[in-house]
Design a protein around this ligand. Sequence first.
Ligand SMILES: [Zn+2]
Length: 166
Amino acid sequence: MIDFAQRTIDLARQNVTEGGRPFATVIVKDGEILAESANKVAQTNDPTAHAEILAIREACTKLGTEHLVGTTIYVLAHPCPMCLGSLYYCSPDEVVFLTTRDAYEPHYVDDRKYFELATFYEEFAKDWRDRRLPMRYEPSPAAVDVYRFWQERNGGRRTATAVPPG
Ligand SMILES: [Zn+2]
């Protein structure tokens, strides 16, 4: 039996030796590793190249589905809001995290213009008018028409997907 938590730690540690950031994700299905990735932001300059995102992308491509029901996803650290969102979208059975922000913050910080790790979640929860990220609502009926068009093309359906029973 593979120690998936240890595999996650090893991946992250290896990534650090290669100049990468200290995060990794391992996705497990039926007792085997389906997909895994370290954080590749430092290597690619892609701010969305978090380990969770890359591993979820690989797993979904492999399975040919956007639903990861029946999987357990190991992450080195409690996920950021972007990755938490991606984890919600793919519906795994369970997410296992090996460190909290409080535990790693003395050693690592990734604050940005519009958030700090300590304020990230409350920032997301705010009404859009109150967020530090400047946002402007420009109402457009033509934009709504795109959705109407999509619905027409899809037999009048409103739902884009159905989550298979896990
Ligand atoms: Zn993330």
